[in-house]
Each structure stands twice: as structure tokens, then as C-alpha cells.
Design a protein around this ligand. Structure first.
Ligand code: UDP
Ligand code: MG
Length: 332
């Protein structure tokens, strides 16, 4: 079964048409699907429209937030209530085309865990398209996962992926990166993209600054979240040693001058090496202890989530990954 999850913020004019298109695409291709709408604090009539759809069709369920919590939060809430073994995320603004669902499913069945959409012919204003290209290039370089369109709303993945990764803030962009870091097989598929007909885009230029900061976090988390000291400690040690060498050199010089009774009368300000060395030493100590603190946090939090991800088992029992399972209230 396919669970289609749709975050909604003020999209009242698109919802009914979106529902109809999904319904058409799924029934034409014999796809067993449920739809989960999450109203992320809409202030227009979105919830009323969602309510009408959900009451008329048992395959549709809906969640309403008290206020706007952001797309990642909306997706998290939806992922917690899904019943399907496959998940499709999709924007509510009709820019993603439900007619692509069969192609996405076919791609996944070639042996992947995540299929990320790629708006190859993108129908958005240039000030979104170009920064987005730069962003995707940076994500590829920093995380090693090269996709054309990390930000695409259309993503198909297995429920295991949803169970193992945790979204927060605006991390929905990094579902493929987080999945890839846990060993899931990720690919992409060029999909049809349509211009926005109703409503307005919810993200402005400031998304790129945030996106960049999130990228730094992701690069750190995927590379060093289990051993933060390997990054912080390495930097700290390097700086510590450099500072130590500087001070050693100054000490040696001082002793030598003492030996020949030529005492330098220069004030500290004239010895930049002393200042730099001391600063490096302090910086190194700081980074090292910060790294230890980070390790302490990992060791505490690590008890709740496994650092590994199990693919298959022969003759072993389930409890390998017990905590990574989420409760599914509907399955009871
Ligand atoms: N959205 C949301 N909460 C937010 C912002 C956006 O649920 O805080 C939804 C929005 O309704 C849409 C999807 O996320 O279904 C993508 O938003 P939008 O189309 O504005 O992004 P763009 O296509 O401009 O990148
Ligand atoms: Mg859009």
C-alpha cells in the first residue's frame, strides 16, 4: 500500500483538484493508496476542504496543527500515522503531478529505497531556479550524494526509511541525504513540473541562507554525528600543538638569551608569536573539550537510536533495531 502524505499551508484552491488527480492516477493504475493531509496551520479554507474530502473518502485522513510548524513537522506528523509500506511526499500546490506516481513506483521497484523527484524542466521564477542549482551542487559536494534536485517535493521511499530518519526544523530537504547516510539506496527520476496556479509560494529568498546553514549541520551529522570528537578533536589538537610549538620556541629563545645574558626588553605587544601561540593553545583546548562534550551527548542519546541500519537477517531475531520503530496507532 502507498501512503501519500501532503503538507498543506493555505492551498484551499488546489486541494480538491489535487485529490481528484491523485484518485484518477491511482485508480487508472490499480494502486492501493491512502492520502494523509496535514494542515500546517492554514488561515484560509484549507481545513474545510480537507474535511470534506476526508469525510467523503475513507482512504483519506487528515491532521490539523494548531499553528504553522513548518513543512518538516507536517511531514513528521503524517509519517507517524501512515499505514502503507511505501510513502510518497507531495506538495499541495498542484506543481507536482500525480500522473508521475506509476513511474516513480516502477523506478523504486528497480531496487531502490528512495526515489527523489527532479524538476528537470522547472517552471518557477529564475530567482528560485538559479540559487537552487548552486545549492544542489553544494549538497552534492559536501554530502557525497549527487542529486539534481534535493528540494523536490515529490519523493517516494520505503516506510523503513521514514522509521529510521528523524526530521526537524527544515530538514525535509535532506531525506535522501539522511537515507543515503544510513545505507539506503537512493536514486532520482526526472518528473513533470507545473507552474503554480493558485496561492503563493511559502518560501522566499531567505530559504537559501537557512538551507546553507542546514547543509552544514547535515554534513556534520552524516559525517561525524557518531564521533564528533573526530572532527572537533582533530581541529583542536592541531591548534593546540601549533600553539604549544610557538610557546616552546619562545621559551627556548628566552632560555638561550638568559644563557648569554642578553635579556630582550621588548614588551609583550612586540612579540606577536606569544599572543598567537597562546590563542591557538586556548582555542585548541576549547575545541577538544567541546568535542568531549559532544561525545558525551552522543553516548547518552545513542542509547535511543542505533547507529547502524539492518538490511536483511537470516536466523536472527527482530530486536536488533527495536527503538527505531515508531508506534502506529492505526494498525492496532
Ligand atoms: N508548506 C507547509 N508548511 C509551510 C510551508 C509550506 O505545509 O510552512 C507546504 C505548502 O503548502 C506546499 C509545500 O509545503 O504544499 C511546498 O511549499 P511551496 O509550494 O510554497 O514551496 P515551493 O514550491 O515554492 O518551493
Ligand atoms: Mg510549490
Amino acid at each position: 500500500m502507498l501512503s501519500i502524505v501532503i503538507p498543506v499551508l493555505n492551498e484551499e484552491d488546489s486541494l480538491l483538484e489535487l485529490y481528484r488527480q491523485i484518485d484518477r492516477s491511482c485508480s487508472a493504475n490499480g494502486i492501493d493508496a491512502e492520502i494523509v493531509f496535514v494542515d500546517d496551520g492554514s488561515t484560509d479554507g484549507s481545513w474545510r476542504v480537507i474535511g470534506e474530502i476526508a469525510r467523503s473518502d475513507p482512504r483519506v485522513s487528515a491532521i490539523r496543527f494548531r499553528r504553522n510548524f513548518g513543512k518538516a513537522a507536517a511531514l513528521t506528523a503524517a509519517l507517524r500515522s501512515i499505514r502503507g509500506d511505501l510513502v510518497l511526499t507531495m506538495d499541495a500546490d498542484l506543481q507536482d503531478d500525480p500522473a508521475e506516481i506509476p513511474r516513480l513506483l516502477a523506478k523504486l521497484n528497480e531496487g531502490y529505497d528512495v526515489v527523489n523527484g527532479w524538476k528537470q524542466r522547472r517552471l518557477d521564477p529564475w530567482h528560485k531556479v538559479y540559487p537552487s542549482k548552486v545549492f544542489n551542487g553544494m549538497v552534492g559536494r559536501l554530502t557525497g550524494l549527487k542529486l539534481h534536485d534535493h528540494n523536490c517535493g515529490l519523493k517516494l521511499f520505503r516506510a523503513e526509511v521514514a522509521r529510521e530518519i528523524r526530521l526537524y526544523g527544515e530538514m525535509h530537504r535532506f531525506i535522501p541525504v539522511l537515507a543515503d547516510a544510513r545505507g539506503f539506496r537512493v536514486t532520482e527520476l526526472a518528473v513533470n513540473h507545473r507552474p503554480r496556479e493558485h496561492g503563493v509560494s511559502k518560501y522566499g529568498i531567505k530559504r537559501f541562507l537557512r538551507g546553507f546553514l542546514d547543509l552544514l549541520t547535515i554534513a556534520f551529522l552524516t559525517g561525524f554525528s557518531q564521533r564528533p570528537q573526530h572532527l572537533l578533536g582533530a581541529c583542536g589538537l592541531f591548534s593546540f600543538i601549533l600553539g604549544g610549538l610557538g610557546l616552546l620556541y619562545l621559551a627556548a629563545q628566552w632560555l638561550l638569551m638568559h644563557a648569554v645574558h642578553v635579556l630582550p626588553e621588548e614588551p609583550i605587544g612586540n612579540r606577536p608569536l606569544l599572543i598567537y601561540s597562546a590563542a591557538l593553545l586556548l582555542l585548541g583546548g576549547q575545541a577538544l573539550s567541546l568535542g568531549l562534550l559532544a561525545e558525551l551527548m552522543v553516548s547518552l542519546v545513542g542509547r535511543e537510536r542505533d547507529a547502524f541500519s539492518v538490511w536483511e537477517m537470516i536466523g536472527a531475531e527482530e530486536p536488533l533495531n527495536p527503538k527505531s520503530k515508531i508506534e502506529n496507532p492505526k494498525s492496532e
